[in-house]
Ligand binder design. Structure first.
Ligand SMILES: Nc1ncnc2c1ncn2[C@@H]1O[C@H](COP(=O)(O)OP(=O)(O)OP(=O)(O)O)[C@@H](O)[C@H]1O
Ligand SMILES: [Mg+2]
Length: 372
């Protein structure tokens, strides 16, 4: 097993154009680390640099204690699973899984033992003699996993391995993969642009974004446990990216005495934890963050509040166990969460939702950083 260290890592495909800039953080031995971020932000590029499939332009990459910038992929003791499973169509499932070990000239009994163990783990026993074309997407995906597992590598790298699967199978495989990783305790880096996968699978998440042309901006916006990132997003990017539905981010102002956030006519008391920082920003514009689950109908909520937001309903999204309501507050659309269908207003009608004031977030509109 092994840790991975990114030390001021940088990548340019074209001279002068940074795709990855100044990326620094550690992935611990045995950790399940998820890279999440919008399309094109460089997730696959970083993963491919760790795998050795892309050169490192700047900085250092370490696996364990060893700098691997110039180490050949096959000498890095890693196994990678791609979105396209890239199985050999003319080989059986058994041979697909065994192939990597056969070319390493591993003794046949040991290969058989490892393939059998992987097949048991992944529920592939009934398919070992089949060719990939006679398998479902989920079964093929498990074969690709099996091929990685039998290598018993120090590091697993996954690049959106579930994105070809239908929704139900994705949820199933997501849980299976998490269980497998917890059992094997192999250091894992998992790339996805699906923030539900990130929240549910990772020990920690690194939220990435495109670094753009500003030399002071790196791709990393935040790294932390799923709940750290959800409960205390470090900046507007993370706040807006993690969470479904998204956090409401509203233009507001701190009162001159800093005790309240002013959102149009509504005065939201600043929670105790934010009083000190609010004092430093008194009278200034802020971005007010409220998660939809912290806005609810008075008779449905289980928190005390005499602060409410009102507006006309734009759309309702019934999800079965809850309804997301989007309503207009002075031209800004706000999402809230209703618990039941009973007495639900129709589009065009007005609605009033109570604010869970102690759960609000404040951001500086200029630096985009969390105030705390
Ligand atoms: N071989 C290449 N040559 C030039 N530019 C590249 C190359 N590979 C990737 N890029 C660019 O680098 C940026 C990051 O690409 P990358 O594939 O790492 O993104 P990603 O975060 O994995 O996106 P997605 O979620 O769509 O897979 C993109 O702007 C992409 O166009
Ligand atoms: Mg990618």
């Amino acid at each position: 097993m092994a840790s991975i260290t990114l030390d001021h890592l940088g990548k340019s495909y074209t001279a002068g154009v940074d795709v990855i800039r100044d990326l620094s953080f550690d992935i611990k031995d045995g950790e399940f680390m998820v890279f999440v971020g919008p399309s094109g932000c460089g997730k696959s590029t970083v993963l491919r640099m760790i795998a050795g499939l892309e050169t490192v332009t700047r900085g250092r990459l370490l696996i364990g204690e060893r700098v691997v910038n110039d180490v050949h992929p096959k000498d890095r003791d890693i196994a990678m699973v791609f979105q396209s499973y890239a199985l050999y169509p003319h080989m059986t499932v058994y041979d697909n899984i065994a192939f990597g070990l056969q070319i390493r000239k591993m003794p046949e009994p040991e290969i058989r033992r490892r393939v059998q163990e992987a097949a048991d783990t992944l529920g592939l026993n009934d398919f070992l003699d089949r060719k990939p074309k006679a398998l479902s997407g989920g079964q093929r995906q498990r074969v690709a996993l099996g091929r990685a597992i039998v290598r018993n590598p120090s590091v697993f790298l996954f690049d959106e391995p579930l994105s070809n699967l239908d929704a139900e199978l994705r949820v199933h495989m997501r849980a299976e993969l998490s269980k497998l990783q917890r059992r094997l305790k192999t250091t894992t880096v998992y790339v996805t642009h699906d923030q539900v996968e990130a929240m549910t699978m990772g020990h920690r998440i690194a939220v990435l974004r495109p670094c753009g042309s500003d030399p002071n901006v790196t791709n990393l916006t935040q790294v932390g446990t799923p709940m750290e990132i959800y409960d205390r997003p470090a900046n507007l990017f993370t706040a807006g990216f993690m969470g479904t539905p998204k956090m409401n981010l509203l233009k507001a102002r701190l009162a001159d005495d800093s005790a309240e956030v002013l959102l149009y006519g509504v005065r939201i008391p600043v929670p105790a934890a934010l009083r000190e920082v609010a004092l430093r920003h008194k009278g200034r514009p802020v971005v007010l963050g409220i998660r939809p689950e912290h806005l609810g109908l008075a008779h449905e909520i289980d928190w005390a509040s005499d602060t409410a937001l009102s507006g006309n309903v734009e759309i309702l999204e019934p999800l079965g166990h809850e309804v997301i309501v989007h309503f207009d507050v002075q031209g800004q659309t706000v999402a809230g969460r209703l618990r039941s269908h009973h007495g639900m207003p129709s589009p065009g009608e007005s609605i009033t939702l109570q604010v869970r004031c102690e759960a609000i977030h404040l951001f500086d509109p200029t630096t985009e950083k969390r105030l705390e």
